[in-house]
Design a protein around this ligand. Structure first.
Ligand code: GLC
Length: 594
């Protein structure tokens, strides 16, 4: 503990202490208010972008808030946070890396560190020094809409790659370049299907999105302490050993108790038993779910061990509620001081209090060729060759190739959720290279990129080829929007596969998805099946493994179901038995399991 922090806390008024633990969405506060109040943190939630959305406008936006915080009475710089979860993925022009599930399939910790380092550089170049990453959940049920954000179902793999991500983000030195945030503590991946819900549960933005979903995300982890420690805690031990500076609490519950108000988890276990020295940040609007009585919700969460609250909108109500709670003796001042101390300790480790923070790179570094080359290499490394019954791959150098499927030439479908917008979306959402781009470069005139989709088979008319490559996909989603009971491939996409099968001698199916899908009849139609996950803005890397320029090396980071899962299910022993087990993958022609 530095004397500087003690002096700062002694000089800070009650209102300034409360402002320091307040995190506000950028749409709900101006830089002038930040300067007046001394707010401790601002965030851009998923899709919280300036208009126009460019690296330069991002930098100008973030600088305005940080500069304002330096104009506050004590001049404590604020931390600007964003979901840089697979690159600085809100920003048009940023390098979008494969989502964590693909990195789990690649299983290469050094690659993860390199990706996190590139992500840190691109994030800092926009002025933001806090990434709400890595997600270190250990998913137990692939019907969960956040499976793609996870490295896999093996706690040790998640621990290794999560720590590698923390190292890349926070930097090699003793200081912290870009603050990492291990999330969501704890057992967010261990909830049971059908347990999401509760009167005060449904936040406004869920109603805004409406539709299906929200069946297991933010649900209840009905597991004993031994399972929590064995399955869900190891990634946090590794992240703490790597010096992670922040941890985000989970929306979910443990045996019926909201984690955000769970003192044993957030304080007794995380801070006292495990010795976590950084700070715990709440999730977006999460404290409101603890009680319909906001005063009670605020007191229970802060008292349980939440240090910074992602309000994220009505910061005045939050601040006045905390003041009232302290003045009424409901919230001990010592708890507030401890929260402020933890936040200031991290800001000090980042060099923000003494002006020694790493200089910010120029925004022109976003999308740098070396970063895109890294993303392309990662896309190739994360691809898993699930089956290849007639040695259809690599594509023969003399073969004509028929390419079909919307995902073959769509950057948005290759990037998946948490890309530019919260839930992502199809289309040319950001610059990048698609599978079609990669195959065109490799195959030249031997490629017939038909542009046929599940909705329109007409481009197939009159076309035949030696080999067909059909790219099937899941439409992007985020969080509970992606909770799906049936993981079957859309029938219309299966029909496209069938239509192509009739026109070629051999057929390759490439799956763009946030998780394993039940492929049904496609499994028998295809000579080869490749799991590509959500490979990011440089999906041309998939072409590199399809043509054999890079050998397949990926293996499954979680079970691949065969048909619908029966609830309640834990992936390690799902019902029915999985089609392929973790570790499966044809690596350079032989099974990785052999
Ligand atoms: C979201 C997510 C969390 C994210 C935060 C800020 O609801 O649960 O992972 O970091 O809000 O966008």
């Amino acid at each position: 503990m530095s004397a500087r922090i003690d002096q700062l806390i002694a000089a800070t008024t009650l209102d300034e202490k409360i402002a320091q633990i307040t995190q506000v969405d950028r749409t709900a506060i101006t830089p002038e208010e930040v300067a007046e109040l001394g707010i401790g943190s601002i965030l851009s939630g998923g899709g919280g972008n300036p208009e126009p959305n460019t690296p330069q406008t991002w930098r100008a936006m973030v600088d305005a808030y940080v500069d304002a915080s330096r104009r506050s009475r004590l001049g404590i710089p604020l931390l600007y946070g964003t979901d840089a979860v697979h690159g600085h993925s809100n920003v048009v022009g940023a390098t979008i890396f494969p989502h964590n599930l693909a990195l789990g399939a690649a299983g290469d910790a050094e690659l993860v560190t390199q990706i996190a380092r590139a992500t840190a550089v691109e994030t800092a170049a926009t002025g933001a020094r806090w990434a709400f990453a890595p997600m270190v959940a250990v998913p137990q049920d692939p019907r969960w809409g956040r499976t793609f954000e996870c490295f896999g179902q093996d706690p040790e793999l998640v621990a290794e790659l999560g720590a590698a991500s923390v190292s890349g983000l926070q930097g090699p030195g003793p200081g912290i370049d870009v603050l990492a945030c291990a999330k969501h503590f704890v057992a967010d991946g261990g909830t049971t299907w059908g347990t999401t819900g509760g009167a005060q549960w449904v936040p406004w933005w869920v109603r805004a999105y409406g539709g299906p979903g929200w069946h297991i995300d933010q649900g209840d982890a009905r597991i004993d302490e031994a399972t929590l420690r064995e399955v869900h805690l190891p990634p946090y031990l590794a992240a703490l050993a790597e010096g992670v500076g922040s941890i985000m609490a989970s929306y979910s519950s443990w045996n019926g108790q909201k984690v955000h108000a769970h003192r044993w988890l957030l304080t007794d276990l995380l801070k006292e038993e495990l010795g976590f020295q950084g700070f715990v940040v709440s999730d977006y609007h999460a404290i409101d779910q603890v009680s319909a009585d906001y005063h009670e919700a605020v007191v229970r969460c802060l008292d349980a061990g939440v240090d910074m609250v992602m309000v994220p909108f009505d910061h005045e109500r939050f601040r006045t509620t905390v003041r009232a709670a302290v003045e009424a003796g409901d919230l001990p001042l010592e708890r507030l001081d401890d929260a402020v101390r933890r936040i200031l300790r991290v800001k000090e480790a980042m060099g923000l209090l003494d002006g020694t923070a790493e200089p910010l790179p120029d925004p022109s570094v976003l999308g740098a060729p070396e970063h895109r080359a890294l993303a392309r290499r990662a896309a190739a490394a994360g691809a898993v060759l699930l089956a290849d019954r007639s040695a259809a791959l690599p594509l023969p150098s003399d073969a004509t190739v028929l390419l079909a499927g919307a995902g073959a030439d769509d950057v948005g479908l290759a990037c998946g959720g948490w890309t530019i917008e919260w839930a992502g979306g199809a289309g040319p959402v950001t610059p990048g290279s698609t599978i079609a781009d990669g195959l065109a470069a490799h195959l030249g005139p031997r490629l017939v990129a038909t542009g046929a989709t599940a909705e329109d088979h007409r481009p197939l008319e009159g076309v035949t080829a030696t080999i067909g490559v059909v790219v099937v996909h899941e439409h992007p989603y985020a969080e509970g929007l992606g909770d799906r009971e049936h993981l079957a491939l859309e029938p219309a996409q299966a029909e496209l596969v069938r239509a192509v099968a009739d026109r070629v001698q051999r057929l390759v199916v490439v799956v763009l998805s946030g998780r394993p899908l039940s492929l049904g009849p496609v499994t028998d139609l295809a000579d080869a099946i490749v799991a590509a996950w959500w490979p990011g803005s440089e999906a041309a890397g998939l072409a590199d493994v399809l043509v054999g320029a890079i050998p397949f090396s990926g293996t499954l980071p979680l079970s691949w179901p065969d048909g619908d899962l029966v609830s309640p299910s834990r992936v390690p022993d799902p019902t029915p038995p999985p089609r392929w087990l973790p570790g499966h993958g044809l690596v350079a022609g032989r099974s990785a399991m052999s």
